[in-house]
Design a protein around this ligand. Structure first.
Ligand SMILES: C[S@@+](CC[C@H](N)C(=O)[O-])C[C@H]1O[C@@H](n2cnc3c(N)ncnc32)[C@H](O)[C@@H]1O
Length: 259
């Protein structure tokens, strides 16, 4: 009998995504729903089909990786970033540009929000944000920079007027000035080498999909990626269990500092 474990191994061979590091119940529920939607019968048939059907393969990847995002997601936390974390990071940097990474950036809402926020405190052409995601298609979407009203509803009005052009009734295009400041790259948090030297890393609303063991490895990697004094900003349901053990101190909810 071809079970989820074997399916998981085949998916790894096909996509490089290691499902065993994602929470099984949640993943299974999503995959089962996709299989049912395509009227297929079980994992074995599904694997056979995605080997040849490119569209379904791409759909599967997008579906697996859950790309929901929005600008300024959880605005209260962005206020803490602006009022508490950024001043201390900028103080410590003494005029040197901040090195910032939005990991698992999805459609770009997060790295673009960062550019806008940082542009309040330094000339926009001095801002750069590295942005990565495992999903190549979603990075292409991020690079197009077109959003609906729902995506930008939480964004402060000053940024909406300054950095967006309305294309249609519910379609808004981000300005090239912001777009140019973000370097997008594909990166798998569970497999790839982590870049280093960051002052600020955002990794939000992706850890919820990973097993505790996988999270532990990722948080330790982020610790190494940060400069001393650097800040890790996590999602609103993603408090770190072993922060002390890893070496982080936490001075505000959802913000972890490398001493
Ligand atoms: C829900 S979105 C979060 C977007 C944004 N950070 C936010 O909080 O709004 C989750 C993103 O994680 C990405 N992702 C899933 N597994 C990943 C992995 N192993 N490495 C890197 N990104 C991954 C998905 O492709 C998706 O774009």
């Amino acid at each position: 009998m071809y079970e989820y474990n074997e399916f998981s191994k085949d998916v790894y061979k096909l996509t490089g995504i290691d499902l065993s590091l994602y929470k099984e119940r949640q993943m299974k529920r999503r995959i089962d729903a996709l299989i049912a939607r395509h009227k297929l019968h079980g994992y074995e048939e599904f694997v056979k089909v995605i080997k040849t059907d490119r569209d379904l393969y791409e759909d599967f990847l997008s579906y697996l990786t859950i790309n929901v995002s929005e600008f300024y997601r959880n605005p209260v936390q962005w206020k803490t970033l602006e009022n508490t974390m950024l001043p201390r990071l900028m103080n410590a940097a003494k005029g040197r540009p901040l090195k910032v990474w939005s990991a698992a950036c999805s459609t770009g809402d997060e790295p673009y929000s960062l550019v806008m926020l940082l542009s309040k405190y330094m000339p926009i052409n001095k801002v750069t944000v590295d942005a990565t995601d495992i999903d190549k298609q979603i990075i292409e979407k991020a690079q197009q920079g077109i959003y609906n009203g729902k995506s930008i509803k939480g964004l402060p009005d000053e940024f909406k007027t300054k950095y967006f052009e309305q294309l249609g009734r519910d379609s808004f295009k981000i300005s090239d000035d912001v777009k140019k400041r973000v370097n997008f790259k594909q990166h798998n948090l569970l497999a790839d080498r982590y870049p280093v030297g960051y002052d600020l890393i955002l990794c939000r609303n992706v850890m919820i999909y990973f097993t505790e063991d996988a999270k532990d490895v990722i948080y330790r990697n982020f610790y190494k990626s940060l400069n001393p004094g650097g800040v890790l900003f996590v999602g609103s349901t993603e408090q770190m269990l072993k922060a002390d053990e890893i070496g982080f101190s936490s001075e505000a909810s959802f913000f972890y500092i490398k001493p």
